[in-house]
Design a protein around this ligand. Sequence first.
Ligand code: HSE
Length: 418
Amino acid sequence: MEAHKKLTIGLFGFGVVGEGLYKVLQQTPSLKASIKKVCIKNPEKKRNAPAELFTTDKNILLNDPEINVIVEVINESEPAFEIVSAALKNGKDVVSASKKMIAEHLPELLGLQKQTGNSFLYEAAACASIPVIRNLEEYYDNDLLHSMKAIVNGSTNFILTKMFEDKIDFQQALLLAQQLGFAESDPSLDVEGYDAVNKWTFLLTHAYGIVESPENIVFNGIQDVQGSDAVVATEKHFDIKLVAQAKKLQNGFVAAFVLPQFVKHDDHLAFVKSEYNGVVIESGFADKQFFYGKGAGSFPTASAVLSDLSALRYQYKYEYKKLYHHIPQKLTNDFYVKAYVSFDDWLYIPKDRFEWIEEWHAESDRKYLVGVLPFEEIRKNTWWKENNTSLILTPDSIIEDVEIRKLKRKSLELAGII
Ligand code: HSE
């Protein structure tokens, strides 16, 4: 595509994001991008746009030679993958916001980009308005990126903020997130952590060249977090957040997961409230950098689609530098985590699997402990999210193999055992 070519768009989906893009494009004539046709599933639904713009026939968009960009912002991931594949094969560039589809089909999508040479951009699929993918891709050299810690799901962050700061109950907070257009149409994707791990899957590709199925990344959502956990968090001067984390370990591998976590009040992520997202990157020499912005909602998501469209005007493509131009990193489960675990009965807790337990509170109905577990225990087993048990990582939760003996000895000394 030559520089500054006019973009003629075929848009799939006219929900929160699609309609947002339609409105945003009307306000940015300088982009020279116009929507020629919109493909929708339900023609009966009332739309705030001229009726002749809409069709239910995807081939009208996919086979129109004048349409040079397909923007795909539909809900269902398999139809989204079919649309994206067909569009790339038909010589069109594609912009997508379908995080589930991208996470589940990453190897095929990488292949299609190589095969067709067309651009496939998806900045809107993670952290909406925050330009995190392009920054990871362009700015951070592989060797220098030590760690990433992020809030990547707006709905769960919104719910936690409403519950713990505004004292609104979970169901009401979720309803509000749905009404405001933050939540997925199946909100369990947000609440149970699926949406966050999907986003983390391809952020790990852009950060470290890791190409993994989301099924291979340990995750949980906020469904197990209890009121009593919030009380303990407050006592300890922590917030509770759903945190996606990745850290390059001394053994050369990367530790990565998405789990609820206690966050210190002075942590950058504690500053991230409501539907906002935040990404803290630690890199060599630069130390910490913090990206912050709205992670869900119509216009913030449309703004990222708009930015991708703008990038297409100068033929921008992801190069997947960490994957193709460096030695890609690999995930490991060979490390330890310090976790707070609350539960109804000791019966449900395999105490012997902990390296050590440094706090236990068994006096009230809701009991809890703080201890260190091999990460493999969390990966392989599910006791920590069954029987009303809630696991929340502590701040600085990752403990490397090389540190474990020293720390274990120190904890036993402190407990007066040696
Ligand atoms: N349901 C998603 C969220 C929307 O809450 O973050 C943005 O990807």
